[in-house]
Ligand binder design. Structure first.
Ligand code: CUA
Length: 155
């Protein structure tokens, strides 16, 4: 191989490395500045198969939601939270892989049987938010949804 070819090859390698470092730096800065919450995987145990909503504090602003996906619904299918609530979702599936996307919020998880995915969402705006399955899971997939109702406290 000629010296020229070696030099060209070397500069391509350096250039590629530079682009890679730039990409990783941008990713890091973006994740910090947008406070991206990366979902956590939690070890599964059978208690997660039971659905429910737990209020953790007196003021009613901290919640844990144990949510199960199954053909073709989410359990619970309707959730009410006051504006400003911080909600930890623990998500699993009772049958096949489902999706979990909260419209208008940056939440995109997979509901996987035998695994638990956790994410935290702060509902800071009132509204009715649709929670939809975005992973094809059978003939009822397009109807698989739930509602999250975020409202001002009545008292
Ligand atoms: Cu569940 Cu698509």
């Amino acid at each position: 191989m000629s010296d020229d070819a070696t030099r060209t090859e070397q500069s391509i390698l350096y250039y590629t490395l530079g682009v890679l470092v730039l990409f990783m730096t941008c990713l890091f800065i973006a994740s910090k500045s947008y406070a991206v919450d990366v979902p956590e995987c939690i070890e599964y145990d059978s208690s997660y198969a039971e659905s429910g909503i737990k209020q953790l504090d007196e003021e009613g602003l901290l919640y844990q939601v144990f949510i199960n996906a199954q053909m073709w619904a989410f359990d619970p299918g309707e959730m009410y939270f006051p504006v400003g609530s911080e909600v930890d979702f623990y998500l699993t599936s009772r049958d096949v892989v489902h999706g979990f996307h909260i419209v208008d919020y940056d939440v995109n998880l997979m509901a996987v049987p035998g695994a638990v995915n956790k994410t935290t969402v702060i509902f800071d705006k009132p509204g009715v938010y649709h929670l939809v399955c975005h992973e094809y899971c059978g003939t009822g997939h397009q109807n698989m949804a739930a509602e999250i109702i975020v409202n001002y406290p009545t008292k």
